[in-house]
Design a protein around this ligand. Sequence first.
Ligand code: GLC
Length: 425
Amino acid sequence: MGWSRVPGRVLLAVAVLLAAHAGFGAPAVEAGRDAAARGPVTLATASDLTRYLGPLLDDWNRAHPGEEATLVELPDSADETRAQMIAELRAGGGRFDVLNLDVTLTAEFAAAGWTVPLDRGDYPLDAFLPPVVETATYRGRLHAVPYVTNAGLLYYRKDVLEREGVRPPRTWAELERQARSIAPRYGLDGYAGQFLPYEGLAANATEAVRSAGGSFLGDEGERVTVDSAATARGLAFLADGFRDGWIPREALTYKEEESRLAFTGGRLLFLRNWPYVHASANAPGSKVAGRFGTVPLPGPDGPGTSVLGGSNLAISAHSRHPRTAADLIAYLTSEPVQRRVLTEGSLPPVRAGLYTDPELVAAYPYLPTLRESVLAAEPRPKSPRYDQVSLAVQAVVHDALALRTTPGEAVERLARELAEIAGRD
Ligand code: GLC
């Protein structure tokens, strides 16, 4: 049994015993002792899309002498950031105080005892979009505070579709037809998402599979549900795109940024990506500024299913200054700062009221569509083993998209591998 699977309570007890025995000072994680401690803190986060955070933390620092917050930037992919956070937490280090955790990690970090459970009464949860609060809970307890949300959207070249006199696609058949027939006439590739093996591919595959009515696992990750014709159909939608060429092979290497650059570089008719692309696609240097639109992701017979993305802020169990960490979280999730998350960070805020604020809706006309997409989005399974599930999905789906296996074979292989993961103690 690896240490990662030892419940946090047990680890804590062992750590306390060892410390007492060896005559060391008590570890910072020791229950309660340091809960009121204040002092400098760090905010550990993936390094993409963080430019707006500097000024937010500068404002905090000016108002909180002696409790300054420093940004620790980890790699930009969700998976590598997770790995670095875990390496630090397993080593018992106090380098991170506030963790900006991808919504897929709440269960794993909570089950391992790496985050401090929070008191619901301390945070205005009613002011947040409801599905987003769900992503911060595990087994009924709040383990983090929602910070940024996300939902997959379809970006399309409005100029091209208008010239062709067609509406943006609502179904897979329309998407495929337009990507196949229209894109080549304009020297464009048809469609891309994020298909490199990493969490982004797991998100794209989940969207295709859920849109077709299939799934990989039950919501709490307790049941393997992958073995269905609907799941195979979802994977076939993407695999057919690669086979028939309306998804370029290059997209097998795309994460968010590579795929965004293909679209803003004017090389792509359709792009599946998160809302952050709006700002950069309209910024100087973009070849599609003012010439694109967004619609909900298409599905087999009408709008499909987006995955619910985003990140939540948690307090590390090894934080030396948990009281300051909690205050910093309250600041970053407050209404004024959430407004700046949208206006300066171009990221979707978690406060519901901002989505209907007339001034913001005028400046960001996509807010109502985004709100609908977030409210309808499906969470990924809440499993402490989500990382293992995701790795299996990534490897198997990538093989199917690279046409090394058929969607049917992919489903069979996943049924075996996910059952094996679910059966691990
Ligand atoms: C975005 C989403 C996150 C997702 C990741 C995948 O950052 O907010 O939830 O896991 O993309 O790349």
